[in-house]
Ligand binder design. Structure first.
Ligand SMILES: NC(=O)c1ccc[n+]([C@@H]2O[C@H](COP(=O)([O-])OP(=O)(O)OC[C@H]3O[C@@H](n4cnc5c(N)ncnc54)[C@H](OP(=O)(O)O)[C@@H]3O)[C@@H](O)[C@H]2O)c1
Length: 281
């Protein structure tokens, strides 16, 4: 039995469907089973990561775990690591981030690195997936695109090798099914590094309408994210990740996806084709 945390997320939904397609038995952990809408043969485990009893119960009969949760809930992964240790689960594939690559410079990277360490000490065979930014992050632009035909973003000159979350999930499924990846950290990127203005231009082409890219001062972005309720140290970490163009932070394509899947990562257009409707209205 495979247990998927973050089962309703950008990556987790594809992990659930990928494992199911491979014939594996899957249990999906979620706080809201009705909203999640999983159907047989997928089992659903209702619970919150903050609740050790719910996490432990969900691990009953589980041999391998996919671990993902939202960026502001990473401290709760320690609850899962402890339950994995107690239950003697054999394999964990953790969705981490390029921010966990040394040198870890911010709280976001530290949270992922700490969770990786907790799983490494749990006795399970750990594979860390450290992806670059997700193609799905452009969904954050929906409102300004719908209302103004504009994209507001800091660090427009920094290119990122954004990855389709479906490719992250395909790598996760491969690592869950094949023990050869134990003890490794994979750097997952898309096939090319693109700046926010380039992503905007491709989005405009896919939507068939003009879009204007508007550079935003990082301090203004910090204020907006903090006012939207994000913890200040998480905002610092996310902005630091966005500012860093180097290979350790997802600014340069890596060969890891192709090594794992035997095919290159999908271009941004593949994600766009699946998600164009999300920008309607
Ligand atoms: N976005 C990026 O560019 C990027 C890049 C690299 C790494 N990452 C990492 O990817 C992870 C996010 O993955 P994602 O985008 O697939 O997820 P997502 O779409 O943000 O969804 C979050 C998932 O976490 C679950 N969750 C959140 N809090 C929970 C709690 N207290 N108890 C139980 N479940 C909880 C949610 O489940 P329910 O709501 O159903 O309970 C949902 O399935 C983060 O760790 C982030 O740092 C993101």
């Amino acid at each position: 039995m495979y247990l998927v945390f973050g089962s309703t997320g950008n990556v987790g939904r594809h992990v659930v469907s990928g494992l199911t397609a491979a014939g594996a038995r899957v249990r999906a952990f979620t706080r809201d089973p009705a909203r999640a809408g999983f159907a047989a043969p997928v089992e659903t485990a209702a619970g919150d990561l903050k609740d050790p009893a719910a996490v432990s119960a969900a691990l009953d009969g589980v041999t391998a775990v996919f671990m993902a949760t939202s960026a502001d809930a990473l401290e709760h992964e320690a609850v899962v690591a402890e339950a994995v240790r107690e239950r003697g689960v054999g394999r964990v594939v953790k969705l981490s981030s390029v921010a966990a690559n040394a040198p870890v410079t911010d709280s976001y990277g530290r949270a992922h690195a700490a969770a990786e360490e907790a799983f490494a000490k749990s006795g399970a065979e750990l594979t860390a997936l450290r992806p670059a930014g997700f193609a799905a992050n452009v969904l954050q632009w929906r409102r300004s695109i719908a209302g103004q035909g504009k994209v507001f973003q800091p660090y427009g000159d920094v290119a990122r090798a954004v990855i389709d979350p479906a490719d992250v999930a395909a790598c996760a499924v491969a690592c869950l099914l094949d023990g050869a990846h134990g003890g490794r950290a994979h750097q997952l990127t898309g096939p090319e590094a693109l700046t926010a203005p380039q992503l905007t231009a491709r989005l405009a082409a896919a939507l068939g309408r003009p879009l204007e890219f508007v550079p935003v001062d990082p301090e203004q972005a910090r204020k907006g994210m903090t006012q939207a309720g994000m913890p200040a140290d998480l905002v610092d970490g996310l902005l630091a990740s966005m500012a860093e163009p180097g290979p350790l932070r997802g600014g340069v394509p890596t060969p890891d996806v192709e090594r794992i899947l035997g095919r290159p990562p999908a271009p941004f257009e593949t994600w766009l084709a699946r998600n164009r409707d999300a920008f309607a209205g």
